[in-house]
Ligand binder design. Structure first.
Ligand code: F6R
Length: 606
């Protein structure tokens, strides 16, 4: 959500900043801008729309700056236009911002007699506050410290002052920011993707930290004590943030799913043996209940895990959307584990939910993809998803990595509670090889999914229905479809449809029914047929074993099948198949698959 990059060094800052912004564009893409030092004067260039527009505008001048800051925006306060785009300048202070200043109205009132505000943004107010204090204190660090004390909400800033044009200040709270150094060139960035073509080593700013970046790097804590930071190393390569011949990052990331499974298996269950899991995940025996918290797809994977935890490990499990959890009354229990699921590890609501769980003295476990992200650092325990960089806004491989880890946890917890025997556990784990093969086969069979997509990509509405874990899979499948294709899609518990919502079913409306569990197959089939009776086109998504029972039933528009797997892994292949269908629907519609409208990755605001 909003991308920031800053550069101080020997190269042309405009080029470095533009390539960084292009790499960060998945964090927001409604406008962008840059500020740079041109012969000791700070020049600002901004444009509405994609970074390519800014690039074009900048290409028209021959400036060769060596210092600058850039920003790609996902609008929160004010329309996505040039005035609201960052950088903002007030007095002698120019800055870019990621986050939300929650008390900006109050601060605006305080400052309105001193400054004239041009934009509708909270950022311009923060800029004015910093300018106010730099004027009063005559010391930049003191000014930043004073401003930090007054700013509520979340922020990552990169700041340049007119009277120190060779220096960038960076500071953060509740929004991520990293700083890096390579051969006396210095970088500030929202995340590693922006600077991977230069270095894979970086320093993480902690809450309230300030970095001063000029011909050297200096770090201060929130009380302005000098601090030393340890270097972190990103384990991937520049290829992680390149399309590498794929038309879209989403397609590349779906193709990467088998590799992600391999990474997870190699790290957590190398011998496909339950003892591996015990050693690598640790024990969960002391917990008698679990709450899972996440947003969007991470919430959906929690819903699927609830079913597995309850049915195969006998642990009552509650699943909460992080944005609800943080404002609801909670009843903390000593023997409860709170699991926070997040790809980015920076989602504002999930981070806050974690802090609430900790305040209530509950044990926390983060299931996180981005290493050293805020939720990973603040959780008591972490299991990393090992999915590598995910660039497409719609999650695919990271969702499946979360789902696999939760499935493995369910097997371990069932085993620890003597519900699953040693033998059974190891037999389930052996199916991991099959999971990889089946996923690979689905991905190799793309033409088939494309053909199905062709049949209904012009439709305006669709439904996904299922029961139990299949309902959780429906929610993910439906979200994927609507977020990238803009077809209005709903996921519904199959048996609940007739209690009102079935009134929406019209002639030729596509209704997907997901069935992975044979014991309730006939129930969901009946619900599908109820929609068929009202004119729907039924598409059954199921296992080969279940499909056998319907091979002579020609009332289905399609029957999409996947190979049979144990219940822990069955949903994963179903989702890969449905991700591909969503991808092809969006492709046929000509939508911007990697950067769908109104969205951005890593939601660091509430
Ligand atoms: C949907 C999607 C979002 C994220 C959600 C949580 O495709 O990507 O729903 O799953 O914003 O993000 P993380 O996992 O980073 O906390």
């Amino acid at each position: 959500m909003c991308g920031i990059i800053g550069y101080v060094g020997k190269e042309n800052a405009k080029d470095i900043i533009i390539s960084g912004l292009l790499a960060l564009e998945y964090r927001g893409y409604d406008s962008s801008g840059i500020a740079y030092n041109d012969h000791n004067k700070i020049k600002i260039v901004k444009m509405e729309g994609k970074v390519a527009n800014l690039q074009k505008k900048l290409g028209e001048n021959n400036d060769l700056p060596h210092i600058g800051i850039g920003h790609t925006r996902w609008a929160t306060h004010g329309k996505p236009n040039e005035i609201n785009a960052h950088p903002h300048k007030v007095g002698i202070t120019t800055l870019v911002h990621n986050g939300i200043i929650e008390n900006y109205s109050e601060l605006k009132n305080k400052l309105k007699n001193i400054y004239e505000f041009k934009s509708e943004t909270d950022t311009e107010v923060a800029c004015a506050l910093i300018d106010y204090y730099q004027n009063k204190e005559k010391d930049k660090l003191q000014a930043l410290k004073k401003a930090q004390k007054e700013l509520n909400g979340s922020y990552a800033f990169a700041i340049i002052f007119d009277d120190e044009p060779n220096c960038i200040y960076a500071m953060r709270r509740n929004s991520p920011l990293i700083v890096a150094e390579k051969d006396n060139d210095y970088f500030i960035a929202s995340d590693i993707a922006a600077i991977l073509s230069h270095t894979n080593e970086y320093y993480l700013l902690d809450q309230g930290d300030i970095a001063k970046v000029s011909e050297k790097l200096t770090f201060y804590d929130k009380d302005l004590n000098l601090i030393h930071k340890k270097i972190n190393k990103y384990q991937g390569t520049i290829n992680d943030v390149m399309k590498n011949g794929y038309d879209h990052f989403m397609l590349k990331e779906i193709h990467d799913e088998v590799n992600v499974y391999k990474n997870i298996i190699k790290s957590y269950v190398p011998n496909l043996d339950i003892q591996d899991l015990k050693n690598n995940f640790g024990s969960f025996l002391k917990y008698h209940s679990i709450t899972i918290v996440g947003c969007g797809s991470a919430y959906h994977t929690g819903l699927a895990a609830k079913y597995l935890f309850e049915n195969y490990a006998n642990i009552p499990t509650n699943v909460e959307m992080a944005s609800e959890y943080r404002y609801k009354k909670i009843f903390p229990k000593k023997d409860e584990l709170v699991i926070l699921i997040s790809q980015s590890g920076e989602t504002a609501d999930t981070l806050e939910a974690l802090r609430i769980a900790k305040e209530n003295e509950m044990d926390t476990l983060g299931i996180i993809n981005v290493l050293s992200s805020s939720i990973a650092r603040e959780s008591k325990r972490v299991i990393y998803c090992l999915a590598g960089c995910e660039i497409a806004v719609a999650t695919t491989k990271a969702y499946l990595a979360q789902a696999l880890i939760l499935s493995l946890m369910a097997i371990l917890m069932g085993y620890e509670r003597n519900i699953i025997s040693d033998n059974e556990a190891n037999n389930y784990l052996k199916e991991l090889s099959k999971l990889q093969k089946d996923t690979n086969d689905i991905i190799s069979n793309q033409e088939y999914y494309k053909k199905i997509a062709k049949d209904f990509y012009k439709d305006r509405e669709m439904f996904f229905i299922g029961r139990n874990i299949d309902y959780a899979l429906c929610m993910e499948a439906s979200l994927k479809m609507k977020e990238i294709s803009y077809i209005h899609s709903e996921a519904y518990a199959a048996g609940e449809l007739k209690h009102g919502t079935i009134s929406l079913i019209e002639k030729n409306m596509v209704v997907f029914g997901i069935i992975t569990n044979s014991s309730i197959a006939s129930k969901t089939i009946s619900n599908l047929k109820e929609t068929k009776a009202r004119g729907s086109k039924m598409i059954l998504v199921t296992t080969k074993a279940i499909a056998k029972n319907y091979e002579n039933d020609d009332s289905f528009h399609y029957i999409i099948t996947v190979n049979n797997l144990c219940p822990f892994f069955q949903g994963l292949t179903i989702i890969t198949a449905l991700q591909l269908i969503s991808y092809y629907v969006a492709l046929l519609k000509g939508e911007n698959i990697d950067q769908p409208r109104n969205l951005a990755k890593s939601v660091t605001v509430e």
